[in-house]
Design a protein around this ligand. Structure first.
Ligand code: ZN
Length: 366
């Protein structure tokens, strides 16, 4: 009998380093942020010269060149995404610059939005059931729903999206999570003045798209909610980059990416100036899919038939992440690893069957 206990104890001791990984973690809150279909090419190299010089995609190149053009990739990406390349790079980590062989890919074989968001949030590709962008309630449990079943996080989670499919991806009906997406308005009994104004404005400003609202609404609805309720876990899904790209508006795609960078900067600034969040909040940022590069027009598109549309990236900043900046080691990561990693920051083991492994390097080993 004693022998069995000894074996048990040694097994537990063996497991300890794994368990203690996050025991000293400082992260108490988590923000997951996505930019729909934003390419790693622009994240790491900034504005693309060919697309910038193609009249069809950029009718007024001079204006854009003044804003975002410089001779080196390092200068260009900093002009386009100043938060990523002046702040996050110094304090966090960026994955997916394929120039260094640091690769992040979708593991789903669809390479479009719903399968991508399902993979990010539920931790595994579901190519049997998630095969379209249709408004079908997700049969999979997302990490948000999973965490909402934990006493520390129950009722302290909220999601905001520009695309009107998010209530289905997050399965609002089953999970009961608050989701404000598409053209939904802020609701509840104690609306702030800004929320009332946003509700009014949203009905007055025509969106270019029928299923996606402009990201400024999503961002400000999210921030108003965060200021009011101080949720511990927030998901914000920006959408413009994908829609402008589909339409072939490279100028708007770049401006939108730049604006989203500024939105994220303001979230980080708010976090670091608010006692409940300061130095105890991790931000995970990623995208649902990539886009094409060759032939040139495929930058507008993605999906299984577009080579490279499975190439993605992710970034992280927070108190438990070492400031390694741009990851330059040869490695292969997958979209399915983020859900488990997100939960691990909160010292929770995300046990969805088939979920991808932790991105260990994102977390300090203590
Ligand atoms: Zn798309």
């Amino acid at each position: 009998m004693k022998g069995i206990y000894l074996i048990l104890i040694s097994v537990l001791l063996f497991l300890l380093p794994e368990i203690s990984l996050c025991q000293n973690a400082k992260t108490e809150n988590l923000f997951i942020i996505t930019l729909d279909g934003f390419r790693w090419q622009e994240l790491y190299r900034g504005a693309d010269s060919t697309l910038l010089m193609t009249k069809e995609y950029t009718p007024n190149p001079e204006e854009l060149k003044q804003k975002y053009w410089a001779n080196t990739a390092e200068q260009r990406r900093k002009l386009l995404l100043p938060f990523f390349w002046s702040e996050l790079v110094l304090k966090g980590q960026l994955y997916g610059n394929r120039i260094y062989g640091n690769k992040v890919n979708c593991s789903n074989q669809m390479w479009f939005s719903y399968p991508g968001y399902n993979e990010i949030l539920s931790g595994y590709a579901d190519d049997d059931r998630i095969t379209s962008n249709d408004k079908i309630n997700n049969p999979n449990i997302t990490v948000l729903e999973f965490l909402n079943q934990k006493p520390n996080f129950k009722g302290k989670i909220a999601a905001f999206g520009s695309w009107d499919v998010f209530p289905f991806i997050i399965n609002r009906d089953r999970s009961g999570l608050p989701v404000n997406a598409g053209f939904e308005v802020a609701s509840g009994s104690k609306l702030s003045e800004r929320e009332k104004f946003l509700n009014e404005l949203q009905s007055q400003v025509p969106s270019p798209w029928s299923s996606v609202r402009l990201d400024a609404f999503t961002h400000h609805y999210a921030m108003e909610y965060v200021k009011k309720y101080k949720p511990r876990i927030v998901y914000i899904a920006y959408g413009e980059t994908d829609d402008f790209a589909h339409e072939g508006h490279y100028d708007a795609y770049l401006k939108s990416a730049h604006q989203t960078d500024q939105f994220i900067a303001s979230i980080w600034k708010y976090i670091q100036s608010t006692p409940q969040y300061k130095d105890k909040t991790t931000l995970l940022i990623t995208t649902d899919h990539g886009r094409g590069t060759v032939p040139i027009d495929t930058w507008r598109s993605h999906g299984r038939d577009i080579p490279g549309a499975d190439e993605i990236w992710y970034a992280v900043i927070g108190p438990d992440t070492e400031p390694k900046g741009e990851m330059k080691v040869q490695a292969q990561y997958y979209q399915n690893q983020l859900a488990k990693t997100a939960a691990a920051f909160l010292q929770i083991d995300f046990t969805n069957e088939g979920a991808g492994a932790l991105v260990q390097s994102m977390m300090k080993t203590q």
